[in-house]
Design a protein. Structure first.
Length: 274
């Protein structure tokens, strides 16, 4: 039996697997290859849609499907298809309309399986397109015909986003949805009961791996659910305090090859499962 047989390792991307230059270190890539060669299952769970995770997928080469849309989908990269997903109900339009009308500085990005649409521009959405090299495609929540998986609200003014997120949480329809702050610039509306932790459980079940044999690592609020759900939950040292508070282990930072460090700790028996 290989060393990491029946282990599932799920990593967040930004601030975790990726360093501050948005690169994946050779140390992390080499460790991932070693983990897979010894029978381990490695993948990532990200807020990104599959169309903007392609470059990372090709570098990391996960050997199982990856989680996307902050838990709204599971994507099989080899088959190039969503194998599981949930969609926002049409009444999410009430929240989108409220944001559009009352918060002029907040951009509105609408995610379907294959396309990212922009209902409203902001400084943050322009920056996002620049770093992801995605096209500017206009689209309103009302008129988009494809199933919508999530809506992202974006603004670079952190205090403005604090106020905005609180207003959305207080909206009369808010209890019908889940919301997540995926970066200080981003606030997302998701279908009810969607989270990275939930999609980790769905993936483990799909692979027939016991949850006690899973490890998840992250840095931000949207990673908390999977850190809590995993058999071993890990926070990088640059993680927000709330993520550190629920972690079983706090490891090195995203600039210090955190994934390689965790794999080495598993290999040496410092991290145990079950």
């Amino acid at each position: 039996m290989k060393k990491f047989e029946n282990l599932l390792f799920c990593a967040d991307l930004d601030g975790t697997l990726l360093n501050d230059n948005r690169e994946i270190s050779k140390e992390n890539l080499d460790a991932i290859e070693y983990f897979k060669s010894e029978g381990g299952k490695f993948t990532f769970i990200t807020g990104r849609s599959p169309i903007i995770a392609t470059d990372i997928y090709n570098k990391v080469k996960p050997n199982v499907p990856f989680g996307c849309f902050n838990g709204g989908g599971l994507y099989d990269g080899e088959k190039d298809e969503l194998i599981w997903s949930v969609t926002l109900p049409k009444n999410a339009k009430e929240i989108v309309d409220f944001a559009d009308k009352h918060f002029q500085k907040v951009g509105i990005q609408i995610n379907t399986q294959k396309t990212i649409y922009y209902q409203k521009e902001s400084d943050a959405t322009k920056w996002f397109r620049a770093i992801t090299n995605t096209p500017y495609i206009c689209g309103d929540f009302d008129t988009i015909m494809e199933p919508i998986i999530k809506v992202v609200f974006a603004c670079n003014d952190e205090k403005y986003m604090d106020k905005f997120s609180q207003e959305l949480l207080n909206h009369p329809s808010a209890s019908q949805f889940d919301f997540i702050r995926s970066e200080f610039t981003l606030f997302e509306i998701l279908p009810k009961n969607v989270s990275k932790g939930n999609v980790l459980k769905i993936l483990a079940d799909y692979l027939k791996i016991d949850m006690k044999n899973t490890v998840a690592i992250g840095d931000y609020n949207n990673d908390i659910s999977m850190i809590k759900a995993a058999g071993v939950g890990v926070a990088v040292s640059n993680a927000v305090p709330d993520a550190k508070a629920v972690a079983d282990i706090i490891t090195v930072s995203n600039n210090e090859h955190a994934i390689a460090k965790v794999i080495d700790d598993i290999d040496k028996g410092f991290i145990k499962f079950g």
